[in-house]
Design a protein around this ligand. Structure first.
Ligand code: UD1
Length: 419
């Protein structure tokens, strides 16, 4: 197993750049299944989730190539409708392929996806949406067997699920006829997918609002496209800077995608400055507690930043309340933060964080991707040495996080340890 050793106590200072967002790249790769010509995606991070998505594309008959941060995908020969179970078990995002494969090939044979254990993560909304477009879906023994020629339809999502919105959007672009998605997710990555589909010749309108309209049946053509910058990585790095009482500029960060996080950073006493080419956060002295952090669909506070925010609040002056409203099992970092001396009480989805003056280095384990990043933030701010185990989960969303943090002055090393 790989781990990080981190010597805490150095304020992080300096400048780093963001790359394309994992949560944008993954659905874009799925959308490539709909395009019968080569697609070139630039600025793509080399993450284990991205590598697995490329393997899935190859197993469907697509060709893929990475050159540095550039990805080249050619789905003209996509013909396989069976998703290999061993890869799809590794990642939740394999489900994004369901709509595109079904739309393009008329059938899809999938297994239930894996991913971080942050909650039940059902896929009922994905299936409900595809059924509304005419898909015939049978679920048996962990398999999802889909067939049918898709036609446009009206889809109302009971909850603005990011993945379900993306799945239906992609299927609807290929289906014949018009589709309307009501109560759609409004995340920047949804807008990015819409921009990509439109750049390929699709007709998607309203992405970023709760109602998305899609005119189906367009023949999509190849394109060169740069995915939206990663707002979660950017936020994580800004919070790492703030927690260590440092000064970090993230080039490429888009403030309009990060308002909720920047507002909380400001409330915590951070000097947040927005520039044309990025965002800077400088923290002088100890952070202040914030009134309440409530995770919610965009533009609310992102659940993917909850754990990292908690590391900052653990060190703040005063008591903060954090409510996790999106996933039901996303507090696993709390027990680990407490090993470092944090004072946090959890009751269901609510955590009461009483800030302490100092955290101390400890041996802690990553339970999920963002929780792992939160442990790194806490370790960077703590006194003494920490070992953060099981960082393969962090690698799912951060490309060599240690190098980025070292560029900001962190004392962090990747090591191999016995399990
Ligand atoms: C995406 C992001 C993930 C982020 C999440 C919420 C990607 C690759 N991942 O995940 O990083 O944490 O959005 O911002 O983009 N739900 C159902 N039924 C469904 C689908 C979802 O009940 O069919 C529930 C989930 O269990 C969860 C909530 O809806 O409680 C939000 O999930 P969703 O928005 O779908 O998240 P993902 O698309 O999986």
């Amino acid at each position: 197993m790989e781990a990080y050793t981190i010597q805490g106590g150095n304020p992080l200072r300096g400048e780093v750049s963001t790359m394309g967002a994992k949560n944008a790249v993954l659905p874009l790769l799925a959308a490539c299944v709909l395009v019968r010509q080569p697609v070139h995606l630039s600025g793509c991070p080399d993450l284990s989730d991205v590598r697995n998505m490329l393997r899935l594309l190859e197993s469907l008959g697509c060709s893929t190539r990475r050159q540095g941060t550039e990805l080249y995908i050619d789905a003209s020969d996509a013909q396989e409708h069976v998703m290999p179970e061993n890869i799809s078990k590794l990642m939740r995002s394999s489900i994004f392929m369901l709509g595109p494969v079904l739309a393009r090939l008329g059938r899809a044979d999938f297994t239930y996806p894996g991913g971080c254990e942050i909650g039940l993560r059902p896929i009922d909304l994905h299936l409900q949406g595809l059924r509304a477009l005419g898909a015939h879906i049978e679920e048996a023994h962990g398999h999802i067997l889909c067939s049918g020629k898709l036609t446009g339809g009206s889809v109302h999502l009971d909850y603005p699920s990011v993945g379900a919105t993306e799945n239906v959007m992609m299927a609807a672009v290929y289906a014949q006829g018009d589709t309307v998605i009501h109560n759609a997710a409004r995340e920047p990555e949804i807008v990015d997918l819409s921009n990509f589909l439109n750049a390929c010749g699709g007709f998607v309108h309203g992405a970023g609002s709760g109602t998305i309209r899609i005119r189906g049946g367009a023949e999509l053509h190849g394109v060169e496209y740069a995915p939206v910058p990663d707002r979660i990585t950017a936020g994580t790095l800004l919070l790492a800077g703030a927690a260590t009482q440092g000064d970090v500029f993230v080039r490429g960060a888009r403030p309009q995608d990060m308002q909720a996080v920047l507002a909380k950073l400001h409330e915590a006493g951070c000097d947040v400055r927005v520039y044309e080419d990025g965002v800077r956060a400088q923290m002088r002295g100890r952070p202040r507690a914030v009134r309440r952090v409530e995770t919610a669909p965009f533009p609310g506070f992102p659940t993917d930043m909850q754990a990292q925010m908690m590391s900052l609040l653990a060190l703040s002056r005063g008591t903060s309340v954090v409510a996790e409203n999106v996933f039901e099992n996303r507090m696993q970092h709390v027990a680990e933060l407490m090993r470092m001396g944090a004072d946090i009480q959890v009751s269901g989805r609510i955590a009461v964080v009483r800030g302490v003056e100092q955290l101390t280095g400890a041996r802690v384990t990553t339970r999920d991707l963002r929780g792992g990043a939160a442990l790194c933030i806490a370790a960077l701010a703590a006194q003494g040495e920490s070992v953060v185990e099981n960082i393969a989960l962090i690698d799912r969303g951060h490309e060599r996080l240690e190098e980025t943090l070292r560029a900001l002055g962190a004392n962090i090393t990747r090591i191999q340890i016995d399990e």
